[in-house]
Design a protein around this ligand. Sequence first.
Ligand SMILES: C[S@@+](CC[C@H](N)C(=O)[O-])C[C@H]1O[C@@H](n2cnc3c(N)ncnc32)[C@H](O)[C@@H]1O
Length: 226
Amino acid sequence: MTDADPSPAGAILLTPDGSRTALSARYGEAYGSRHGAAAQARHVFVEGSGTQVHPRPRVLEVGFGLGVNFRATLADGERRGVPLEYVAYEFDPAPVAVLREVAEGGMGADHPAWKEVLAGWGGPGPLWVKVPGVSLTVHFADIRTAPLPQGWATALYLDGFSPARNPEVWTEEVVARLASALAPGGVLTTYSAAGHVRRALAAAGLTVERRPGPPGKREHLRAVRP
Ligand SMILES: C[S@@+](CC[C@H](N)C(=O)[O-])C[C@H]1O[C@@H](n2cnc3c(N)ncnc32)[C@H](O)[C@@H]1O
């Protein structure tokens, strides 16, 4: 997520809005924004996709990471009293202790669905969580090859580390696969504002918009399936 990460791999990082993130050993990059991990989750993903006003959000996420976007979406759904369906993909699950520490005291951390995530985390099979009002599936699989629901998602959170560090999830081919998972009117949102990402989204038939970014970032992209 960030350009320069001097912290040791695996380190938990406190961000200016009081939320935490961590450094990925594999990518040498923080999972969430160092300028505010919770702020980014809410601004780019929950609000950027219009999920905070959707009456029955169905969210597809690449990748689940530390669950910060999930908790932000969970907290929003709980506050509004709307049901949430969430399907995420993650091919390199972080240790549960990191998920727990990053979440402690944060949004959605007391929700029964989050407690079940922590209790069932680890794979290799999918993680299924079903509590009143919330259904979550985490597939421990590579988004490039995993079967995806077709025409299903009202929101797609594309959050697979930066195009510079993880170019594999930002190719035209993968973006087109992801676009096919969107329901008509569904919105793909990502923190990236890179030109080649914008072009890949447009090539997949989506209507791309630039939107003001979260703290520390000028712009990000959202793309709507007509
Ligand atoms: C920036 S982090 C995601 C942060 C997460 N959305 C959150 O809210 O905590 C990127 C995640 O994408 C996962 N990832 C990267 N490439 C992937 C792929 N091809 N398939 C599935 N997951 C992938 C990484 O393992 C990492 O956990």
